[in-house]
Ligand binder design. Structure first.
Ligand code: NAP
Length: 324
């Protein structure tokens, strides 16, 4: 039985046994999903909760904060936190942490896999063989990564890891973000449309949220041209999904490789029906190795905070002013 001063932590959509196991060594844990009556449960334990351990893409907003008057920290699993109202947390003095860096290589690896799978139609070729069609004739020729000009939307931690890998493939690399980066040799475009006009392959690696909602729109897609290919390993909301479907159906662009969707886990049937799409169920960081590292970083944040040492990896909006 933990001592009375043991902080109370609420787990929301956080089901990893290693995370819960480590947290249980130090904290008193409560699991929202196990409560038969969520409202009654929050009435009972909400006033005692000082920390949250939440799963990826978990909605955390003012309504929940209202139920947790002693809340000090939200420790989120994943680097993207567009479903957490970090601005509202800031106003209430609540720290928000995420798990950057430990997943960048894994997501970049997946992005390159998705890029090659989309260009060379690897899943389609696999389906062709399994259907016994090879005996009838060779698989049709595909487009290629050779001589492609690749644009990265969002040259952050993951975007840079993608660019480093692309260097090995010998393609030209350009990028767009709100600010040019002094320490890279890739060509900077100050507008997304300008980037799309200069490249034929767009890799989306910018965060979701109001600032990026639907910025890959019909005009950007059209600018990629008829050989255009879009890869999205960031958030589905960054692409205007209806415009993407229309562009693919009309042949305005050639193909798309998508790990993320606007309304996950719902995927538009139109995307599934198209032959020139490669679709993945949001598996960018989904390896045992990387998910375990993300879990360790989440728990490190809670341990560090309640040890009085501040958060390890706070999000930029968080009220924590300490420098680590
Ligand atoms: P990051 O280091 O913060 O990089 C984000 C980049 O996006 C920055 O270079 C930023 O540059 C740019 N950006 C931000 N707002 C923008 C805007 N309005 N217009 C254009 N560019 C903008 O984040 P990260 O660690 O690389 O992660 C990127 C995203 O990947 C996450 O937010 C998450 O949604 C997604 N992700 C997906 C998976 C998956 O499983 N598929 C896994 C992990 C992460 P400026 O500040 O200069 O604009």
């Amino acid at each position: 039985m933990p001592p009375a001063e043991t902080p109370d932590i609420l787990l929301i959509r956080q089901t990893r046994p290693d995370v819960a196991g480590r947290l249980a060594e130090r904290f008193r844990l409560h699991r929202l999903e196990e409560a038969p009556d969520r409202e009654a449960f929050l009435d009972a334990v909400g006033p005692r909760i000082r920390g949250l351990a939440v799963g990826a893409m978990c909605p955390i907003d003012a309504r929940l904060f209202d139920r947790l008057p002693q809340l000090e920290i939200v420790a989120s699993f994943g680097v993207g936190y567009d479903t957490i109202d970090a601005g509202e947390a800031h106003r209430r003095g609540i720290v928000v942490t995420h798990t950057p860096d430990v997943l960048s290589d894994e997501v970049a690896d997946l992005a390159l896999g998705l890029l090659l799978a989309t260009l060379r139609q690897i899943p389609q070729a696999d389906r062709y063989l399994r259907a016994g069609r090879w005996r009838e004739g060779s698989f049709p020729l595909t487009t290629s990564l050779r001589e492609r000009r690749v644009g990265i939307l969002g040259l952050g931690r993951i975007g840079r890891a993608i660019a480093q890998r692309l260097e090995g493939f010998g393609v030209r690399i350009a990028y767009h973000g709100r600010t040019p980066q002094a320490d890279v040799a890739y060509t900077y475009h100050d507008s997304l449309l300008g980037l799309a006009q200069a490249v034929d392959t767009l890799i989306v690696a910018a965060p979701g949220g109001p600032g990026t909602n639907g910025i890959v729109d019909a005009g950007v897609l059209a600018a990629l041209g008829a050989d255009g290919v879009v890869i999205n390993i960031a958030r589905g909301s960054v692409i205007d999904e209806a415009a993407l479907i229309a562009a693919l159906q009309a042949g305005t662009i050639l193909g798309a490789g998508l790990d993320v969707f606007a309304n996950e886990p719902q995927v538009p049937q139109a995307l599934i029906d198209l032959d020139r799409t490669v679709l993945l169920p949001h598996v960018g960081s989904g390896s045992h190795h990387t998910r375990a590292a993300m879990g360790r970083l989440l728990t490190d944040n809670l341990f560090s905070w309640f040890d009085g040492k501040g958060p390890v990896t706070p999000v930029p909006e968080t009220p924590w002013k300490g420098q680590r």
